[in-house]
Ligand binder design. Structure first.
Ligand SMILES: [Zn+2]
Length: 399
C-alpha cells in the first residue's frame, strides 16, 4: 500500500442488488457520513473519495460488486475497512448480514496495518434489540470498532471476556425452550465446547459471528468443535466464513454426515452422536433436564427413550433404520446425569402419557430423595407426542 498523507476513501458503487433496487453506494454514503467517519477514525476532516465500478481492483478490493458493504479508508500506512449496516433491519439479523463477508475480506488480506470498523446507517426497523446487541458484542469481540453507536446502546457494546461469558449471554437472551436458535454453544466440561451451528438462511451469519468471536477468545487448552448441520441438504457454511474459521485455527469443523453417524452408532451404545444432539437441540432447545429443569450443560445429557442397545438388537431392522431410530430427536429427552441414571436403571419411569413414577419397592428414604430432586410429575405437554409414546412403549416392551 502506498503511504497516504491525506485520508482516501475508495468504495465500490454497486452493491449486490443495486441493479434491482436502483440504490447505489454513492447515494447511500453521503459526504456528511464520510466526513464523520474520517474525523472519528483519523482525526482529520480533509479527505479524497473515489467511488469505483465493478472492474476496479487493488490490493484491498476485488474486481466485483461491493462485497460486504465495505468502504476502504487508506490513511498513512493503515487500511481501514468500514462495514456499513444494512438500511433495512426487518428480519432477525438483516441489518448485519454483510458483516461476516466484510470480516472475511478484512481478515484474509495480508496487509499488516489494518483495522475494521462498523458504521450504523440510518435504518428502517429496530437495530437495538437484545438480539442485535448480542451480535454487536460478538463483533466487538472479533475485533470490530464502532463509529456511531446509537444512544440507546451507549456503553453496552462491550467485548465478551471469555467463551463462558458468551455462553452465559446466549443462555440469557436465546430461546431456551425451542429450537429457534441459529447456533447453540454447549460447554461439556472444563475447556470443552461444542458449537452446533445451522448453516442455512440467515442462521449462517449468526453461526459465523459466534465462531469468529469464540475463536478470538479461545486459549490454548480449549477444545472447540463446530458441528455444521442443516436438515435440508447438509450444506456447509459459506466458503468465506469457513476460510476465516480455518485460518483462525482453533475450532475443529465437523460436518454431520452419514459416515460419522454410522461409526458412532457401531462403536458406541451411549451414542454421543452429533446428529442426535442436533435433533434434540432442534426439538427441545437449550439443554435443560426435563425432570428437574437443571440447565448446567456439563451435567445434562441426551437420554434415549428407546435405548440404543435395544435398537441394535432388533433383527428385523436394517442398519439404516436402526440409525434413524437412534438419532431421532423424538426418541430423546434432555436429562441431568442423576435423572438419566435413574431412568436407565429403571428406578424412575415415564408413562406413555408423560407421567413420572418410581419403582415401588424403594425405601422411604430413597423415595424422598428422588422426590426432592424431581420437580416435575408430568412431562410438559409439548414433549408428550405420539412418537414419544411410541418410543416409551418400545422401551418397556409394551408394544
Ligand atoms: Zn434432572
Amino acid at each position: 500500500m502506498i503511504y497516504r498523507e491525506k485520508p482516501k476513501f475508495i468504495m465500490k458503487r454497486n452493491m449486490q442488488k443495486s441493479v434491482q433496487t436502483g440504490i447505489y453506494f454513492d447515494s447511500l454514503i453521503t459526504h456528511q457520513i464520510i466526513r464523520q467517519i474520517c474525523i472519528e477514525v483519523t482525526g482529520r476532516d480533509d479527505f479524497d473519495v473515489q467511488f469505483v465500478e465493478n472492474d476496479y481492483k487493488d490490493e484491498f478490493l476485488n474486481a466485483t460488486y461491493n462485497q460486504g458493504r465495505l468502504g476502504i479508508l487508506q490513511y498513512q500506512n493503515t487500511a481501514i475497512y468500514i462495514s456499513f449496516s444494512d438500511e433495512k433491519c426487518e428480519g432477525r439479523n438483516s441489518g448485519i448480514q454483510s458483516v461476516p463477508t466484510a470480516f472475511h475480506r478484512f481478515y484474509s488480506n495480508p496487509h499488516q496495518d489494518k483495522q475494521i470498523y462498523f458504521y450504523f446507517l440510518p435504518c428502517a426497523g429496530n437495530n437495538a434489540t437484545p438480539y442485535y446487541l448480542f451480535m454487536y458484542r460478538l463483533m466487538k469481540t472479533a475485533g470490530f470498532h464502532f463509529i456511531n453507536i446509537p444512544p440507546i446502546l451507549a456503553g453496552q457494546i462491550t467485548a465478551f471476556s471469555s467463551i463462558d461469558d458468551i455462553v452465559r449471554a446466549r443462555k440469557e437472551n436465546g430461546d431456551k425452550n425451542s429450537g429457534n436458535n441459529a447456533a447453540y454453544i454447549i460447554k461439556n466440561g472444563p475447556h470443552e465446547y461444542e458449537i452446533f451451528g445451522k448453516t442455512y438462511g440467515a442462521n449462517k451469519y449468526d453461526t459465523s459471528l459466534i465462531c469468529y468471536a469464540i475463536s478470538k477468545l479461545a486459549c490454548i487448552q480449549d477444545h472447540i468443535t463446530l458441528y455444521e448441520y442443516n436438515e435440508k441438504d447438509l450444506k456447509e457454511l459459506p466458503a468465506s466464513s469457513l476460510s476465516v474459521i480455518r485460518s483462525m485455527g482453533n475450532i475443529k469443523i465437523v460436518n454431520i454426515d452419514d459416515e460419522l453417524e454410522k461409526q458412532e452408532f457401531e462403536n458406541n451404545n451411549s451414542l454421543r452422536s452429533p446428529r442426535f444432539h442436533a435433533h434434540l437441540l432442534e426439538k427441545l432447545g437449550e439443554k435443560h433436564c426435563v425432570l428437574c429443569n437443571c440447565g448446567i450443560t456439563e451435567i445434562v445429557q441426551g437420554a434415549h427413550i428407546w435405548p440404543v442397545a435395544d435398537i441394535k438388537r432388533v433383527t428385523t431392522l436394517s442398519d439404516q433404520e436402526k440409525l434413524a431410530y437412534a438419532t431421532d430427536g423424538e426418541n430423546g429427552l434432555w436429562m441431568c446425569q442423576n435423572h438419566h441414571k435413574l431412568f436407565d436403571s429403571n428406578i424412575l419411569f415415564l408413562s406413555p402419557s408423560g407421567k413420572v413414577s418410581y419403582r415401588v419397592d424403594l425405601s422411604k428414604e430413597d423415595e424422598e430423595y428422588i422426590d426432592s430432586i424431581t420437580t416435575v410429575s408430568n412431562l410438559s405437554p409439548e414433549l408428550v407426542t405420539s412418537k414419544y409414546a411410541k418410543y416409551i412403549k418400545k422401551r418397556y416392551d409394551l408394544v
